[in-house]
Design a protein around this ligand. Structure first.
Ligand code: HEC
Length: 150
């Protein structure tokens, strides 16, 4: 009978373990801090200049970003698009939270200086999920790695 008492005693511990697992947020994959700068890393940023993420969602976002978003967000000053890796430009945007960023990327957005983010970056073939993945990739690579995989 000793064995069964032991088993019974383990139940509360399992409960505590499950509670801790549920309460611990997913840990975001860290982005190397030395690839961030106030104004972004020098020159035009392409995906090859950034580390390859492991997270499946970020990987998908990377592909979408390269195809549609990089043209402007790689550092095209004429468009006024915030450059990926530029923490000054991204910090206040990241502060808005993912829901607002998703909405602005999917539906388009005009900033206070009348620079325009076109809906879906101008690529109507992209699904909501693809645009959202690209936003996560940008946030991850612009000082928001904790938020990126939430
Ligand atoms: C034609 C250029 C262009 C393309 C292509 C483009 N963007 Fe943008 N994007 C902009 C500009 C300009 C802004 C800044 C608008 C402002 O705040 O003045 C912006 C801002 C954003 C923001 C920040 C919105 C906010 O609330 O601060 C997100 C997120 C974003 N773009 C995501 C994307 C994604 C994802 C793609 C690709 C699917 C993409 N963009 C493609 C020009 C572009």
């Amino acid at each position: 009978m000793r064995g069964s008492t032991h088993k019974l005693r383990l139940w509360p511990l399992l409960g505590v373990a499950a509670f801790i697992a549920a309460a611990t947020p997913l840990r975001a994959e860290p982005f190397p801090a030395d690839l961030l700068a106030d104004k972004g890393i020098d020159g035009f940023v392409t995906v090859e200049r950034l580390p390859l993420p492991e997270d499946a969602q970020l990987l998908e976002g990377r592909a979408v970003w390269e195809e549609t978003c990089q043209n402007c967000h790689g550092g095209n000053r004429l468009t006024g698009a915030p450059k990926i890796t530029a923490t000054d430009a991204w910090a206040p945007r990241i502060e808005q939270g993912l829901a607002v960023l998703f909405d602005h990327a999917i539906n388009g957005f005009t900033g206070p200086k009348y620079t325009q983010m076109p809906p879906r970056g101008g690529n109507d073939d992209l699904s909501d999920a693809q645009v959202q993945a690209a936003v996560r990739f940008m946030v991850w690579a612009s000082g928001g790695d904790v938020l990126a995989t939430e």
